[in-house]
Design a protein around this ligand. Structure first.
Ligand code: ZN
Length: 454
């Protein structure tokens, strides 16, 4: 039995149902779960490992609900810097067609490292292009090697240009092969147990790149195994036009027709639901990954997050793919959400605490988990700490340590514990040699864009 005591936190924020916070707080961990939490005076005095968190705010690890790890290779590609979604995709598809298993593996490590250092302890990823032998296994290997909690979405595209879709035919897959591989990865990797480190999600890409048959069959397959389903929906006005022209339905209506609503489904973006559609998303407890940076970056619009929350939808935050953010900084995403929902004139459109709650409890709910996102006895030992005596927080954290994390420039973590294991200490990612990883990633990124071998 391994025990860990984190003590003397300047502020300990639980995000539990009563929103408990303690000054001079601590957490006592046994193996991978929280055994006790509260004022240090109420906790065991020592443990196998003791970390002094004096000068830190401690909170639940952040949960990222939408990403495309492989896109770290194509951040900031000049031809995509000022494009809307469809043009951005059409420019990038041919580059992504050159992905290799190594590129998927290395880019996953880069994205996970960036996420972890920003405070994220759990992420989903939605890779939907699998050329040249790349497989979901390459990503799962990266996450497992880094001891990162991972919901791996087996994405897919099946309708190429010749069939009226947006992607080139060269990057789409056969639908029977998609379903067979989906079944394979569920059986090989999906862990339904509490504290699971690896879960599988099935994730046909979008209305303009897969068939309605695949949407239906993928959902049925997911439900037969009790795994969740994910896709992009209602992201842009172009998508809305495409759906009306091709299916005679708005995107949310299409999802409803296909059964893609409910507590085991979440949609990325949801920028353009009507007020009535938002109510139906809420009534069905459908999940939404809100991606403010990406929506601003691609000029997609502003998702009606207060309306979705008010209707009862499960809402979390997503950094989205690294080619439309172009960052994997989860705490910065909470700040973007805070700012975006004020820009139209409401100075309290989203408060700092609401933004951080979306990034923790909200994300956990979207991924269908009740063992992460809050700190309490019996929860997974996933928590993070930020030092408060830094330049960026100077003069801010002294007034409100929690809100400073998103009102001031979002810092990187000094401490991250995932499933009871210390993964970041003194601001350093443990067991990962970043410089050679970054060097290899950059070589792969250059080769991908230039069409060369790395
Ligand atoms: Zn996306």
């Amino acid at each position: 039995m391994a025990t860990l005591l984190v003590k003397n936190a300047t502020l300990l924020v639980t995000m539990d149902d009563e929103d408990h916070c303690w000054a001079d707080g601590g957490i006592y961990v046994v193996d991978n779960r929280i055994e006790a939490i509260g004022p240090v005076a109420d906790l065991p005095e020592t443990a196998g490992r003791v970390i002094d968190a004096a000068g830190m705010v401690i909170l639940p690890g952040l949960v990222n609900t939408h990403h495309h790890f492989y896109q770290t290779l194509t951040r900031n590609v000049p031809g995509t810097q000022d494009a809307v979604l469809f043009q951005w995709l059409v420019t990038l598809y041919p580059l992504w067609a050159r992905l290799t298993p190594e590129a998927v593996y290395i880019s996953s490590k880069i994205a996970i490292a960036e996420l972890m250092l920003s405070g994220c302890t759990t992420s989903s990823d939605h890779t939907y292009i699998w050329p040249n032998g790349a497989r979901l296994d390459d990503q799962i290997q990266a996450a497992q090697e880094m001891s990162f909690r991972f919901h791996a979405a087996r994405g897919s595209m099946s309708v190429g240009e010749s069939q009226g879709g947006l992607p080139p035919d060269s990057v789409v897959e056969d639908e029977a092969a998609i379903l067979a591989d989906s079944r394979r990865v569920i059986e090989q990797y999906h862990d339904a147990d509490r504290y699971a480190m690896t879960r599988i999600v099935l994730a046909p890409c979008s209305p303009f790149s897969v068939s309605q048959d695949l949407m239906r069959e993928s959902l049925a397959l997911a439900r037969s195994y009790g795994v969740h389903s994910h896709t992009h929906l209602a992201e842009t006005r172009d998508e809305e036009s495409y759906c009306l022209a091709n299916f005679g339905r708005r995107p949310v209506e299409l999802a409803e027709d296909l059964g893609w609503m409910g507590a085991d489904v979440w949609h990325a973006h949801m920028v353009h639901p009507s007020a009535e559609e938002a109510k139906r998303l809420g009534a069905s407890r459908t999940g939404v990954a809100h991606c403010p940076s990406s929506n601003m970056r691609l000029a997609s619009g502003i998702a009606p997050v207060p309306g979705l929350l008010g209707a009862g939808a499960r809402v979390g935050l997503g950094v989205d793919g690294s080619a439309s953010n172009d960052s994997s900084h989860m705490l910065a995403e909470a700040r973007q959400a805070l700012l975006l929902h004020r820009v139209m004139g409401d100075p309290a459109g989203l408060t700092a605490r609401q933004a951080l709650r979306l990034a923790t409890r909200g994300g956990a709910a979207v991924l269908g988990r009740d063992d992460i996102g809050a700190l309490a006895p019996g929860m997974a030992a996933d928590f993070i700490g930020y030092r408060l005596d830094t330049l960026g927080l100077a003069g801010g954290a002294v007034h409100d340590a929690l809100a400073a994390l998103v009102f001031c420039h979002p810092p990187q973590v000094d401490l991250s514990v995932i499933n009871g294991r210390v993964r970041v200490e003194d601001g350093m990612l443990l067991d990962v040699d970043l410089p050679p990883l970054i060097a290899r990633h950059n070589a792969l990124a250059r080769a991908l864009v230039r069409g060369e071998r790395a």
